[in-house]
Design a protein around this ligand. Structure first.
Ligand code: ATP
Ligand code: MG
Length: 383
């Protein structure tokens, strides 16, 4: 028995009261059957899009894709995406069906879905509808195409990446026929948009079985993600930039830009990749230098990757100085002490920071001011 939240049950009831069928379907049924809490609840229905809206006339609804038959209904408990049973027409571009045909047969709707584990519907009164033995696949931890695998991947090659992503995240095996079809159709992945590759790749490399999938299907993944090296990431932190840095160790920025990652992720991954190419820092000064150059976020990721996070934490918690902001003096103090406002202030602060980081002087206002006044006119060593 699947425990459905009240707001989803109410949605099913509203469809029924209007004379239509409604089932929960897809990822939420799969997750619930695996004992996991579903992230969102999708409903499929015999009602046509306009009829869905009529059935929820008291609610706010949003057309997500009227052409594809999806309406989001906003309830106080949460939003439910409701999609009309449909048969996908012919796929001419490897991704989008040319036309969508609505149907009132649930089985036809389940037949268009990608994997048998994703093609199970459930209704609290009618129970499970599982014409493709999805429960058996889940029990055997298998990813198996609905229907003829080559045909399904030819229709939509994003399904190849979805399958690999599910294998990584769920720790499932890919059934032999489906795996062979993935290899056979691999070249078609080139047609998938960078945005969709990005979404699937990101989930894949953070999945608990990422190593296994990268090893077994690295060649296919490389087609989607040029520049990728199928290295082991399982001991690295579960952080996207770190894993990207490891998987794209060279020309990181260009590779990730092509995959449409956001600027922060690209920059972070590129810096981490650069650090991983260098010799790791030895000694407190080297660690503080790293913090000074790259800040806390990147330093943490890097040290976690090196398996040396405690060492970094110790320096962070000890309150040791690694940035100008932590100095016991600021620009105003220096001006008050007689340093000329302008460039000299910043340079003096940098100079003092280096001295403190090297342990030549304590981070103490009096001592720092003394040094500045004594050495103000000698050229501050640029770091
Ligand atoms: P997730 O946990 O990532 O949400 P999900 O299975 O719910 O996994 P969605 O992308 O939310 O995946 O899609 C919902 C359902 O729609 C899937 O379970 C599957 O039945 C169907 N589906 C999604 N994408 C495709 C596709 N490319 N081809 C066929 N069916 C698909
Ligand atoms: Mg989903």
């Amino acid at each position: 028995n699947i425990n459905i939240p009240d707001y989803v049950n109410s949605a099913l009831l509203a469809l029924e009261n209007a004379g239509h069928q409604g089932f929960i379907v897809g990822g939420c049924v799969r997750d619930a059957l695996m004992g996991k809490k579903p992230a969102d609840w999708d409903v499929c229905t015999s009602a046509k899009p306009e009829q869905i809206k009529d059935a929820f006339s008291g609610y706010k609804t949003i057309d997500i894709g009227m052409k594809h038959g999806t309406v989001a209904v906003l309830t106080s408990g949460g939003s439910v995406e409701i999609t009309t049973y449909r048969i996908d027409g012919e796929y001419l571009d490897n991704r989008h069906p040319q036309k969508v045909v609505f149907t009132d047969d649930l089985t036809e709707d389940l037949a268009r879905r990608d994997f048998t584990m994703n093609a199970i519907a459930y209704h609290p009164k009618d129970g499970l509808r599982d014409p493709f033995d999805g429960q058996k696949a889940i029990a055997n931890r298998l990813i198996r195409c609905v229907g003829e695998p080559v045909k399904r991947f030819e229709e939509d090659s994003l399904r190849i990446l979805r399958g690999l992503r599910f294998a990584s995240v769920l720790g499932f095996q890919i059934e032999k026929g489906s795996a062979e079809a993935m290899r056979q159709c691999a070249e078609r992945i080139r047609k998938v948009s960078a945005e969709r590759i990005n979404v699937e790749l990101s989930k894949l490399i953070l999945g608990s079985s990422a190593d296994k999938v990268l090893q077994e299907f690295g060649d296919i993944i490389k087609i989607a993600a040029p520049g990728l090296r199928a290295v082991s990431v399982c001991h690295a932190p579960k952080k996207l930039p770190v894993r990207l840095a490891m998987l794209f160790p060279e020309k990181t920025e260009a590779a990730l830009r092509q995959l449409k990652y956001d600027n922060h992720t690209i920059k972070t991954a590129a810096v981490v990749a650069g650090l991983l190419r260098e010799a790791p820092p030895e000694g407190g000064f080297a660690v503080k230098k790293l913090l000074y150059r790259h800040g806390e976020e990147i330093s943490r990721m890097y040290f976690e990757t090196l398996g040396r996070l405690p060492e970094l934490e110790e320096i962070l918690q000890s309150g040791q100085c690694y940035s100008v902001g932590q100095l016991a003096v600021n620009g105003r103090d220096l001006i008050a002490a007689g340093i000329e406002p302008g460039k000299a202030i910043g340079e003096s602060l940098e100079y003092l920071l280096q001295a403190v980081m090297k342990g030549k002087v304590e981070n103490d206002k009096e001592q720092l001011l003394q040094i500045v006044l004594k050495e103000a006119f000698s050229l501050p060593q640029k770091y």
